[in-house]
Design a protein around this ligand. Structure first.
Ligand SMILES: [Zn+2]
Length: 126
């Protein structure tokens, strides 16, 4: 099972999913306070500005917390990833031995087919 927060598209998240569909990772960027935030929304949670834009991110960070679900055919890792830009994102860590993971493990975004026509950004070891 692949998971990422706010899996559904809406007008506030559409630019994120449009970028992900072509393997680009973008984060919301506030033009007033020059900070990023997560999750995407119409108002900056830091300064309440509505002057927002999107900035490409290398998608690098580290595991903030994680859990291994072993109930399925294959274990999968649900993790909070602290991005280098600051926000913490709930996602999956893939292509990794769960036993090799720990808090602080460095990860980087990878794009996996979403089962439709696009890609979903997940995280793998770097
Ligand atoms: Zn702001």
């Amino acid at each position: 099972m692949d998971f990422i927060e706010f899996i559904q598209q809406n007008p506030e998240t559409k630019p994120f999913w449009d970028a992900a569909a072509v393997d680009r990772f973008v984060l919301p960027w506030c033009l007033q306070c020059h900070r990023t935030h997560w999750y995407p929304r119409g108002v900056c949670p830091h300064c309440h500005s509505t002057e927002l834009d999107w900035r490409e991110s290398p998608g690098e960070g580290e595991i903030y917390s994680f859990a291994v679900n072993r109930r399925g055919k294959e274990p999968y890792v649900l993790a909070y990833v602290a991005l280098n830009e600051g926000p913490i994102m709930l996602s999956n860590v893939v292509d990794a031995d769960p036993a090799a993971l720990s808090i602080g493990t460095k990860v980087k975004v990878v794009f996996k087919p979403d089962g439709l026509e696009g890609s979903i950004p997940l995280f793998a070891l770097r």
